[in-house]
Write a protein that binds this ligand. Structure first.
Ligand code: PGA
Ligand code: ZN
Length: 419
């Protein structure tokens, strides 16, 4: 039985100096647990809705006092001193209380904070680590391959780079600790390369460098140089590269606008095909726009047998949309973000659908983060084998990677891609 005694929220800051929520749940026996709510910038249009105050006099309208008020008021009143059979039942009560399809009324930032805090409290009460408590029956937990976002562009940086994320994926590392070490060493080597070229080593929102380069191929070449300079092999036996162009952000008028060029869906697909031949690119997330479903189907036809093609804005961790995409073969992997859907239970359901369809999955942070490391435990629990949490730098990013290292040290779980 799950009895919630107290539920409280406060307005705190995220890593971009914007307000977000910290939620604390109290269970009987003095058990308490807390969760910090993340927030995206390049959001999919079908994501669950964050509730923001819109009061321009505070934080430019981005305050979350109303969402905080909903946790402390309406949600606490509805769930405290009530017994639930499970977290799933609590999440169902939150969905019903909100009453909208996208959590507009209470705010997905309020519901996800409550759901995460209670999930963690359940683990504390059971005396189990969060990853163990979250693991679905029949699933073998594993330590995921970290994807380190070391070059930032798009809406995450003020440079002229259209692609949003260039990530290092130490697929060939033997352990998560060695994978983190590889990420940090290549990050340091890349800083040296950029400095040598007279380029800025200033950082974007996810802690990656944000140099004034516009060509994605030029960045890929720099990454290969940095991987080799740090003494690692490129490719699946060593360190591969993953991209998140976040193409919805440079798609307009039915075309993709990259580094001064205007490309059709098919031209964009050929550009990616070429990149995967010239560089050790193993995964591409949101290579095409969320509205370009026909393009996605052709992308899968062209590259799906050798490249992981991850839907983020396309799928928004929404079980109904994922089901449709599985039927249409519009992707072969999903990005998983708790706040895109607004409860832990719906997130686990999205992950179950992917697992059963044989799709790969990558658990993800948001560009606006807190020091909460919940997603590290979620990635381990689900056995999905992949996580992205930005650069191997800045506390809100390293909190997740460090948590993985600490889980590995005590739990001795297998490391690497699932399946
Ligand atoms: P966001 O970006 O958190 O700003 O939405 C992350 C991503 O696109 O994967
Ligand atoms: Zn993305």
């Amino acid at each position: 039985m799950l009895d919630i005694e107290t539920l409280t929220a406060v307005e705190i800051l995220d890593s971009r100096a914007r307000p977000t929520l910290a939620v604390t749940a109290g269970l009987p026996g003095g058990v308490t647990a807390r969760a910090g709510v993340p927030s995206g910038a390049s959001t999919g249009s079908r994501e669950a809705r964050e509730l923001r105050d819109g009061d321009k006099a505070r934080f430019g309208g981005l305050g979350v006092r109303r969402a905080v008020g909903h946790v402390n008021g309406e949600i606490a009143a509805a769930v405290c001193d009530r017994s639930f059979a499970s977290l799933a039942e609590l999440d169902a009560a939150l969905i019903e209380l909100d009453g909208t399809p996208d959590k507009t009324r209470l705010g997905a930032n309020a519901t996800v904070g409550v759901s995460m805090a209670v999930a963690r409290a359940v683990a504390v009460a059971a005396g189990r680590p969060l990853w163990q408590s979250l693991a679905p029956a029949g699933v073998t937990p594993r330590l995921p391959v970290p994807h380190f976002n070391v070059v930032n562009g798009g809406v995450h940086a003020p440079n002229r780079l259209d692609f949003q994320e260039f990530m290092l994926a130490p697929l060939g590392a033997p352990t998560v600790a060695e994978a983190v070490r590889a990420g940090a060493e290549v990050y340091a080597a890349l800083r040296g390369e950029l400095t040598g070229l007279g380029l800025s080593t200033g950082l974007g929102d996810e802690g990656g460098f944000a140099p004034e380069i516009d060509s994605p191929e030029e960045v890929l070449a720099l990454l290969v140089t940095a991987i080799e300079a740090a003494g690692y092999q490129t490719g699946r036996e060593g360190i591969a590269i993953a991209l998140d162009p976040a193409a919805s952000e440079f798609y307009s008028g039915g075309a993709y606008h990259v580094a001064g060029q205007t490309l059709s869906s098919d031209e964009m697909i050929e550009r990616y095909a070429e990149m995967t031949v010239r560089f050790p690119v193993w995964s591409i997330e949101d290579g095409l726009a969320e509205s370009d479903w026909d393009g996605w189907e052709r992308l899968i036809g062209r590259l799906g047998d050798r490249t992981q093609l991850v839907g983020d804005d396309l799928l928004v961790t929404n079980p109904a949309i994922i089901r449709e995409a599985i039927e249409r073969k519009a992707a072969n992997a999903a990005l998983i973000k708790l706040n895109q859907i607004g409860t832990v239970t719906e997130t686990l359901e999205a992950m179950r659908l992917c697992r059963e369809a044989g799709w790969a999955q990558m658990v993800s942070h948001r560009s606006g983060e807190t020091e909460d490391s919940f997603i590290a435990d979620l990635a381990v629990a689900s056995g999905c084998g992949q996580i992205k949490s930005g650069a191997p730098a800045r506390g809100e990013r390293t909190a997740k990677y460090n948590r993985l290292i600490e889980i590995e040290a005590v739990a001795h779980l297998p490391y690497g891609l699932a399946g």
